[in-house]
Design a protein around this ligand. Structure first.
Ligand SMILES: [Zn+2]
Length: 389
């Protein structure tokens, strides 16, 4: 009897507990639907209140919280996303993988809100103790890039390289070049040289560091070395010609070797590295065109591009070879047009920029800005194939 009584009591307790759990589930479901209704009625604050009131210890509710947090963040309501994720992180008894995910989301919210010091703290903790250090380190790299803290960006990139594949392996060399440029601006040329050595260790045959080494050589009375370095850059990275042209001209002048400039352009043409139109365009973009070889290239550009010929027709008499002065006027007029438009475009995301930047401000890729093609002197709408004209 005693045994049967115990069994009966046990069954009774189980049944009561099952009923309690059923009711709790039903209540939670009701509250959940209420939250969804508030969300649909565009009452996000009430919805948030309801959802945060739900216990977040079972998988279903946790998933809802994550979905809600990411919804708020996507809608730009970062303060609400932060509340959801803070709530999750603060729940006692949360599984470690859920806590990691909640901390990552919270750090992303802080990042999105521009609260970089908060984001950095969380990402550092995740990089040290989290299950996906690569995700945290990639964010830390971005935070330091945004703050132009190139030393830290390089350190985080190194750590990222040790645990995964960085999105842009060449970025570290650019960080050292950024540091070298800052040192040059402070006239600390020894430090600049040290950073450039680090850049070269990261990436051999690196156009940007070669340009900076050329700049150092020019500043330190070694213009011949600068000429050599600049010539090597444009042979290898022709797209950097607009940056190199004025530097090369100055170095050749300092070296007392005016021919070195023209020689270098002829070398590019002879070896098929670039054509005359491309050189003319780079010269117009860079603002350095007072040179016979370049003016010859401008003449060729006008002869081959009918849009440009129409545009500049008023400046040149028909049927007569333009003089150097006339070509200079045309180049100068074209430069004025160029300066009013985007001169560079990112080859990855397509964003336009009026100035040259080593890192794309939109997609954050390094060394992807290229001078836009000559035809694009015309406004977009007037270009053939643009769909509107
Ligand atoms: Zn881009």
């Amino acid at each position: 009897m005693v045994f049967t009584g115990t069994l009966a009591t046990g069954w009774g307790a189980t049944a009561v507990y099952a009923e309690y759990r059923r009711r709790r589930r039903a209540r939670r479901r009701e509250r959940y639907l209420e939250g969804v209704r508030f969300l649909l009625d565009d009452n996000p604050d009430r919805a948030l209140e309801v959802f945060l009131g739900l216990a977040a210890n079972d998988d279903e509710t946790i998933d809802t919280h994550f979905a809600l947090g990411s919804l708020y963040r996507r809608r730009g309501e970062v303060d609400r996303a932060i509340r959801v994720h803070q709530h999750l992180v603060g729940r006692p008894g949360l599984q470690p993988h859920h806590r990691d995910a909640a901390m990552t989301e919270l750090a992303r919210d802080y990042f999105r809100a521009g609260l970089y010091d908060h984001a950095e703290k969380l990402f550092l903790e995740l990089a040290d103790h989290g299950r996906e250090p690569a995700v945290a380190l990639a964010h830390l790299v971005r935070i330091h890039e945004l703050q132009h803290d190139w030393t830290q960006a390089a350190a985080m990139h190194e750590r990222l390289r040790a645990v995964g594949v960085p999105e842009q392996p060449g970025a570290i060399a650019h960080y050292y070049c950024e540091l070298a440029e800052a040192a040059i601006a402070q006239r600390d040329l020894d430090l600049a040289r040290e950073h450039l050595r680090s850049a070269r260790r990261e990436q051999k045959d690196f156009g940007r560091s070669a340009i900076l080494r050329g700049d150092l050589a020019r500043m330190q009375g070694e213009p011949r070395l600068a000429v050599q370095l600049y010539r090597r850059v444009v042979r290898r990275d022709f797209h950097l010609l607009p940056l190199v042209l004025p530097r090369l001209a100055d170095a050749a002048r300092l070296a007392g070797d005016a021919d070195a400039f023209d020689e270098s352009l002829r070398e590019l043409l002879q070896n098929g590295v670039g054509n005359r139109s491309e050189i003319a365009y780079a010269a117009i973009v860079s603002g350095y065109y007072d040179d016979p070889v370049i003016l010859d290239c401008v003449r060729e550009l006008l002869a081959t591009d009918s849009d440009l010929r129409d545009l500049t027709g008023a400046l040149l008499p028909a049927g007569v070879q333009p003089t150097a002065d006339q070509l200079r006027s045309v180049a100068s007029a074209l430069r004025n047009v160029v300066l009013r438009h985007a001169r560079y475009r990112c080859s990855v995301c397509g964003i336009d920029s009026s100035t040259f930047l080593w890192q794309c401000p939109a997609c954050k890729s390094w060394d992807t800005l290229r001078a836009v093609a000559a035809l694009e002197f015309l406004p977009r709408a007037a270009r053939p194939g643009s769909g509107s004209g």
